[in-house]
Design a binder for this molecule. Structure first.
Ligand SMILES: CCCCC/C=C\C/C=C\C/C=C\C/C=C\CCCC(=O)SCCNC(=O)CCNC(=O)[C@H](O)C(C)(C)COP(=O)(O)OP(=O)(O)OC[C@H]1O[C@@H](n2cnc3c(N)ncnc32)[C@H](O)[C@@H]1OP(=O)(O)O
Length: 209
């Protein structure tokens, strides 16, 4: 099964936007994803010996085969679902911790690990944009869980975004016109504004993918 087995976008988002229930089985999945995060961080920092590389490649290929044997259609996957206190079960961005949710404003924070490096200690710019996409998308979605897609997202990089340090984020709804939500966001390191973004999210209609 692949992601090509798509459903109506609203039906898909309603299924996948829900928090994953807590069972010993899903807890084990959360722990595995946390281990993958740790692994990613270790991968980018190490230059292993040829023998170690061969050993790790064989282990990884074995784990990949185990996962492939358990693949399920997108609509049934745990990956990408809400994970509660620890944020979404995903690996694309550092985990966003949502601190305050209001009707037109969200406050959040994150710490980006070494995996998200661009160069010279700075976060990769694409990751900064992906963080804004996730946060501003959550803002556009609102308490009602509107299903929206990003029409555009403009990111301005004002200062280096550091890794391994607390980053504070804020998102605001600037205006609403019919299905369109214009949303802005800022990413701060202490008193330094690292990046800001403006985005348009358009609410999907029934039948849209
Ligand atoms: C299954 C999808 C669900 C996605 C969300 C997932 C889970 C939800 C769960 C929880 C929510 C929590 C967090 C959300 C987290 C992340 C959100 C990330 C979302 C994404 O990362 S998603 C990937 C990137 N995204 C795309 O892959 C979009 C590709 N695209 C399209 O799918 C269409 O393009 C669409 C739908 C955008 C519009 O299409 P459409 O047919 O519905 O509407 P139409 O074209 O008529 O536009 C209506 C009005 O918007 C204006 N308009 C449109 N585009 C504009 C632009 N670029 N600039 C200026 N104005 C624009 C028009 O001018 C018109 O304006 P007016 O009403 O004034 O005439």
């Amino acid at each position: 099964m692949t992601s090509l087995d798509s459903l109506d976008g609203i039906a898909m988002a309603k299924r996948r936007g829900r928090r994953l229930e807590d069972t010993p089985h899903t807890q084990a999945y959360r722990e595995m994803l946390a281990a993958v995060r740790g692994f990613q961080n270790a991968v980018v920092q190490a230059n292993p010996s040829p023998e170690e590389l061969a050993q790790m490649t064989a282990s990884l290929q074995e784990m990949q085969a185990m996962l492939e044997a358990q693949a399920v259609p997108e609509v049934e996957r745990w990956y990408g679902r809400g994970g509660g206190r620890d944020g979404k079960l995903q690996l694309v961005t550092p985990q966003l911790r949502i601190d305050v949710v209001e009707e037109d404003r969200i406050q959040a924070h994150t710490v980006a690990e070494e995996f998200y490096i661009g160069m010279n200690g700075a976060m990769h710019g694409g990751i900064v944009a992906a963080i804004f996409d996730a946060l501003l998308g959550r803002m556009a979605s609102g308490a009602q869980g509107r299903v929206c897609r990003t029409a555009y997202l403009t990111t301005n990089y004002r200062a280096i975004t550091p890794l391994n340090e607390r980053l504070d984020l804020v998102a605001k709804v600037e205006s609403v016109e019919r299905r369109k939500r214009f949303v802005s966001g800022q990413l701060w390191h202490g008193d330094t504004l690292c990046a800001e973004a403006d985005a348009l999210f358009v609410e999907l209609l029934p039948g849209h993918q």
